[in-house]
Each structure stands twice: as structure tokens, then as C-alpha cells.
Write a protein that binds this ligand. Sequence first.
Ligand code: GLU
Length: 304
Amino acid sequence: MLDYQAILEEIHESLKNVENTGKVAAYIPELANVPKGKFGIHLHLITGENYSVGDASEKLSIQSISKVLSLAKAFQLVGNDLLERVDVEPSGHPFNHLSLLELEDGIPRNPLINSGAIVVADILLSHLKNPKEDFLNFVRELAHDETISYSEKVAESERLTGFNNYAAANLLKAYGNLHNDVEDVLDFYFHQCSIMMDCRQLTNAFFVFANKGTCLKNVQHLTASQVKRINAIMLTCGFYDEAGEFAFEVGLPGKSGVGGGIVALLPHCFTIATWAPALNPKGNSYLGMQALEQFTTKTKLSIF
Ligand code: GLU
């Protein structure tokens, strides 16, 4: 049996003092206030054991990690109809890239880039009675945790500087791939990105993707086939234009966010979350990427 606690501590120790060349995301002003030195890791085994190190119980802004959760909800609500409005190919471009959207007639490359997540948000708006409340309840249920909530401050901060997302949403609207009002869709999108969770809560919420669609509370939310597809999308599209590098170095499906969080998982085995707010030039956590590479190398636990 591997000594997971010792492995997490070893990784934390080896990285916490390296020169961190990453930069905290500043294009959302509220995120620029987060101290660069935060660093936590949490591991949740499918058998129920939990291991933590560093700042794993401090809340972070989950940002793009929320796109996997909204995708799961949309899959649950509309199934494969979703694929008529968003593709499942890696984009090879940054998360907020726009010109591909124009070249491809308003069909986003995948649901984990901003334009794709905005289409998913539009679908949720069309199908949920009280979209923000219902989505938050879904996340709370997945994580088995009623304390999870939105940060109004972060959502408002992103709204005020969200020019790129306004451009994407307007382009989608022009191509007929946004059915609700731009303002309403973006209000939902900025809120989903503003959800605050700690590393442990992230591993709890993502348990459903390691457990064939059944969440921690033993409720079946997704079919095994939907989970297979969501994991495939995470593997191929979860790390902006660094998805290949993450698969190469870490070998797990996962998703990062500009708040510096990363969640990854090995189906039927574990979920793991890291948080270190300084990002590399591709927008992924500088230390989180290295911590996960060390974890799968030391434990030899990856999908490959
Ligand atoms: N809310 C962020 C945005 O739309 C999410 C980006 C991210 O985490 O990749 O710009």
C-alpha cells in the first residue's frame, strides 16, 4: 500500500520553495488579490480515504473548473443533443480565442473553452427553472456540501472586465447559437466561474467522474457513457492549449482554472485537486502541473 500522505508531503516540500515564475491572473481584478504563495493538494481515494497537505482547505475561485460541472448538468438535461451546438475537438488555442468561432460558423470547438461553456450556460438557462440556484444545488449535491456558494465579488469583477466573453457571446448570438439574452447567459456564466471551493470539496464534486456517474451521496447523476465522454473531453481539452502537455506529463483527465486550481482523476481509483494561484504562460497553475506530474510519476497511477 502506498503511503499517500508521505507522497503528498514530499511533493509539497519539493515544490514550495522553488522559484515560482508563474503569475496570478490579473485580468479579473478580484483574482489579482489572491496571495501567490498559496499551495495545497488534496487526494480522495474512491475507497473513501482522504489525504491533504498545505492550503488544501482554503477556498479558491474555481473559474473554468466549473465548465466540467455545467457540462455534466447539460448532458444530464439534454443528452447528446448538446453535440449539435458544441463540438468535442481540442482547439489548440487559448481559452478565450475568438477567430476559430467565426471560421466554424459559431460552433465552439469544445465545451471547455469559453465560447463552448457559454453555449452550455445558454442550454442550462433554457432548461433550468431557477438557473443559478438550481446549478448551485447540483454542485452542492455532487460535493455533498451545502456550504458551497458563489462569490458575488468575483462574478461582478469578471463582469466589469469581461469584454472577451461579451465578444464571444455576441458572436454566438449572431450565428444563432445563443437562444437567451447575452446579458442573462453571461450573468450565469460569470456566476458559475465565481464558485468558491477548497481542494477537498473539488475532489468530492469530481468523485462522480471517477465513479461511473454515481456521486458521493450514492445518487446516479450520469450514465457510464456520459462519464466516459466527459472524461475524454477533459483529457483532450481540459488545459487550454496545453492539454497535450498535461496528458504527456500527468496522464489523467482533468481541468484547470485561472484561479490556480486543477482537478484530475483516475477512473475507479481517485480524484485529486491542487491549488497554487500563480499561472504559467498558458494559464495553468505553475506548481499544480508539476505537483500532479510528480504524483503520477511517484505512484505510477495514471490512465496510461
Ligand atoms: N471566468 C474565466 C473567463 O471566462 C474563466 C477562465 C478560466 O478559468 O480558464 O475568462
